[in-house]
Design a protein. Structure first.
Length: 117
């Protein structure tokens, strides 16, 4: 099993980034997937969830209306489009399978997102 996040970086407040998650070693197309983030000194928190076919999504209140989760099952890849970024979005972002209301696979290395002027 491997989860590889990419696409992070330094962006100014109000800017945008698109994160990618490349998955392998499990049946991606049958899996609900999720994005989490962990800010310095804080616990990891759930950001967004997407159903196996991509038709159902759910977001944390803090990112609703600004972030969009999506996936391309043919590529075993999931995305997180982040718009109108705020300094409080600064964190390491991780992807994972979402099973029975929680993450279920070993974590990848994550990708750092820093929102700062």
């Amino acid at each position: 099993v491997q989860l590889v996040e990419s696409g992070g970086g330094l962006v100014q407040p109000g800017g945008s980034l698109r994160l990618s998650c490349a998955a392998s070693g499990f049946t991606f197309r049958r899996s609900f997937m999720s994005w989490y983030r962990q800010a310095p000194g804080k616990e990891r928190e759930l950001v967004a969830v997407i159903s196996s076919a991509g038709g159902v999504t759910n977001y944390a209140d803090s990112v609703k209306g600004r972030f969009t989760i999506s996936r391309v099952n043919a590529k075993n890849t999931m995305y997180l489009q982040m718009n109108s970024l705020k300094p409080e979005d600064t964190a390491v972002y991780y992807c994972n399978q979402y099973l029975n209301g929680r993450s279920s696979l070993p974590w990848g290395q994550g990708t750092q997102v820093t929102v700062s002027s």
